[in-house]
Design a protein around this ligand. Structure first.
Ligand SMILES: Cc1cc2nc3c(=O)[nH]c(=O)nc-3n(C[C@H](O)[C@H](O)[C@H](O)COP(=O)(O)OP(=O)(O)OC[C@H]3O[C@@H](n4cnc5c(N)ncnc54)[C@H](O)[C@@H]3O)c2cc1C
Length: 383
């Protein structure tokens, strides 16, 4: 079975091992799906990238050190898909809040429970879907191409609401990400690109899995009900720069687990970590906090709430708490509440935005093509 690195040393080791295969080999083999869970054709770095245990920049730099940009274009474009979804949702946060409201409504509908439970348990009678549902339950991972088939079968063959499917994978994926997950489900369901849906086909499933997985009775047309217009894009949320000289506490959350590689602060007096959403987050946070603690010479402290953070800051006479930028999702929502509580105690909560996001997000207002056209300008220098 494949493994999915959650610590920086494991992620860097995986990156070093995968980088030689990120060129033309990735381009030709990335959609071939192993039915035995090996997934050697893809990097399996998403659990680390999602938490920025390693950054997009780390990954792209390492790949460009091994390949010409044209040879690694396919792999690099996939990394930019992560950036695209983040930037797009950041400029349309209402899509996330609407999804959460839809979920509340749909989860209260008793008529849907039996069918969704059967699908999530892998008991639909469609062998490929059931295999992938069980693989997700056992490993927390699905190959991208399998995710597309699963989402398509859920929506168009089983006729279930995409929001319930997105909630299912969000709860179970080791790389669960509000932007990539929600927006990919919407893309499959025909809600992202007008007139474009993704329809799974039994022949392609057999071909991509080397005949190991089959599917029958799949929908042959993609029926899409009313497609509401996207909310107009708003400017990405402002990220104020931290005051480099101010006495600070660094807060690590699952949104950025390698702050010591980007933050330039002269007076760090404490390191805190908080807001893990589950066991995988806890593993990544423990590793990140240990690295940050070593870097800034502080014993990392687990924090439960804003009051705990304010108490730590007060013990160290800190004037600001600096954390990684939290894009739309549960951590951003929690930090929004914490910011008000900390302000009441005279403390600034500053979210430090990575240059990668700052440069790329303005190009994520329309379709992916808009960002793709700028990819060459956004690439870092090879290391
Ligand atoms: C329905 C559905 C739900 C998804 N949910 C998530 C999710 O919750 N979290 C998540 O990280 N990804 C999600 N994805 C995107 C993609 O499936 C995973 O990022 C990818 O499978 C991770 O495996 P990998 O690291 O081996 O990818 P590789 O093929 O090695 O790609 C390298 C990196 O590029 C990025 N990437 C690759 N494909 C995509 C993509 N289609 N969209 C965005 N980024 C991509 C990832 O950061 C990945 O680690 C979803 C896709 C679909 C179709």
């Amino acid at each position: 079975m494949a493994t999915f690195p959650l610590t920086r040393s494991d992620a860097l080791e995986r990156l070093a091992a995968f980088a030689p295969r990120a060129g033309s080999a990735y381009g030709t083999r990335r959609n071939l799906v192993s039915a035995c869970g090996q997934h050697d054709n893809v990097s399996r770095l998403s659990a680390a990238l999602r938490r920025r245990v390693i950054s997009e920049e780390d990954v792209v730099r390492a790949v460009l050190a091994r390949h010409r940009p044209e040879a690694a274009e396919k792999f690099i474009a996939e990394v930019f898909w992560r950036t695209y979804w983040k930037g797009w949702l950041e400029q349309r946060p209402a899509v996330w809040t609407q999804y959460l409201a839809d979920l509340d409504r749909l989860q209260a509908q008793p008529g849907l429970a039996a069918a969704t439970d059967q699908a999530m348990a892998g008991r639909t009678g469609i062998p490929a879907f059931d295999h992938w549902a069980q693989e997700l339950a056992q490993t927390g991972y699905l190959h991208n191409w399998a995710r597309m088939q699963v989402a398509s079968i859920w929506v168009f063959t089983l006729g279930l609401p995409w929001q319930l499917g997105a909630s299912w994978t969000f709860e179970r994926l080791i790389d669960a990400d509000p932007a990539s997950n929600t927006l990919s489900w919407r893309w499959v369901a025909g809600l992202h690109t007008p007139g474009k849906t993704y329809l799974a086909s039994a022949d392609r499933i057999a071909a991509m899995t080397g005949g190991k997985l089959t599917a029958h009775g799949l929908a042959t047309t993609a029926n899409v009900a009313d497609v509401p217009a996207h909310p107009a894009p708003m400017p990405p949320r402002d990220a104020a720069a931290p005051d480099r000289a101010a006495p600070s506490v660094v807060l690590i959350t699952p949104e950025d687990c390698s702050l010591e590689t980007t933050l330039d602060l002269a007076d760090v007096r404490g390191v805190a970590f908080a807001l893990a959403q589950g066991a995988w987050d806890r593993t990544a946070l423990a590793d990140a906090a240990a690295r940050a603690g070593q870097h800034w010479g502080c014993e990392p402290v687990a924090i439960e709430n804003a009051a705990g953070l304010a108490a730590l800051a007060s013990r160290h006479d800190a004037r600001q708490v600096v954390t990684g930028f939290a894009p739309v999702g549960p951590v951003a929502t929690a930090l929004g509440d914490w910011r008000a509580d900390l302000a009441a105690q005279g403390l600034r909560l500053v979210e430090s935005q990575r240059a990668w996001d700052h440069r790329a997000w303005p190009h994520c207002r329309k379709g992916f093509f808009q960002l793709r056209a700028r990819m060459a300008d956004l690439l870092p220098e090879p290391c």
